[in-house]
Design a protein around this ligand. Structure first.
Ligand code: UDP
Length: 245
């Protein structure tokens, strides 16, 4: 798949390759090109496989969601669309925090707390993990975040309030696609041009959200891959077409 010309960038050096994305510099020092790969990983990279079109689905879903969030006043790293698998994003330094918001018990919450998957919470839960694969992304709180130099107390409070706003906005948005937002993970970054500004960064896709069909309860997210349920890309395709309507 070729990269189309875009007025604001020339493809330059690859600077980072993660599990699901690659980053390239552009001729603007504050803008990067983010390429979505076709690989799926789970269990900290132990399970890994390539799926045709996965990058295309996740890029398209992230773009729709980011544009929607921007329209609600959430500051993000998004600059512009490029093509099927690429976005232009502001250069940020990713904060070493995984911010998880949960509306319904699932995944590691159910496992850790012994609460049946599908149990709805009275209010959303926000939790932080310290982003470090070698430590297994340990669960932390705002005191840990401060002492690890990840974020100040004020920044943690800000991030939590933005995460809750994103949750309310996303819940409503996914409901219009007959999808129930169970939980999701987001990341934040400090702008390279002004590190005091914190913006939403990284993807929001069925790789990073749990989405269940409202009517049938069918899982429409990466749990299909984690749990070997089949119909993995069919579910992503379905999520994208529902969000495009
Ligand atoms: N999540 C993610 N990346 C991670 C860990 C979690 O995108 O490294 C997402 C996951 O897809 C789910 C939510 O965050 O939507 C909560 O995940 P959980 O803590 O339950 O962990 P998991 O069961 O995925 O290990």
């Amino acid at each position: 798949m070729g990269v189309k010309k875009h007025p604001t960038y020339k493809t330059m050096e690859p600077i980072y390759e993660g599990k699901a994305k690659r980053l390239f510099t552009t001729d603007d020092p504050n803008v990067l090109r983010m390429e979505y790969k076709d690989s799926a990983t789970a269990f900290n990279g132990v399970k890994k496989e390539d799926f045709e079109n996965k990058g295309r689905f996740n890029k398209a879903i992230t773009l729709i969601i980011y544009r929607m969030l921007e329209s609600k006043g959430v500051k993000t790293h998004l600059v512009d669309d490029v093509d099927d698998i690429n976005l232009l994003v502001k250069k940020v330094s990713i904060m070493p925090l995984e911010v998880i918001v949960r509306n319904v018990a699932a995944g590691s919450f159910s496992k850790r707390m012994g609460v049946t998957e599908g149990t709805a919470f009275k209010k959303p839960i926000v939790e932080f993990s310290y982003k470090d694969d070698s430590l297994g992304d340990p669960f932390i709180n705002d005191d840990y975040a401060r002492e690890m130099g990840a974020a100040s107390e004020e920044e943690c409070a800000y991030i939590k309030s933005v995460a809750l706003l994103i949750n309310e906005t996303l819940k409503e948005f996914f409901l219009t696609a007959n999808l129930r937002l169970i939980d999701f993970k987001i990341e934040f970054g400090r702008l390279a041009e002004d590190p005091s500004v914190i913006v939403l960064a990284d993807e929001i896709s069925p790789d990073t959200c749990r989405l269940w069909d409202v009517t049938t309860g069918k899982k429409m997210d990466k749990d299909r891959f984690r749990q070997g349920l089949g119909g993995f890309m069919e579910a992503y395709d379905e999520v994208l077409s529902r969000l495009q309507k």
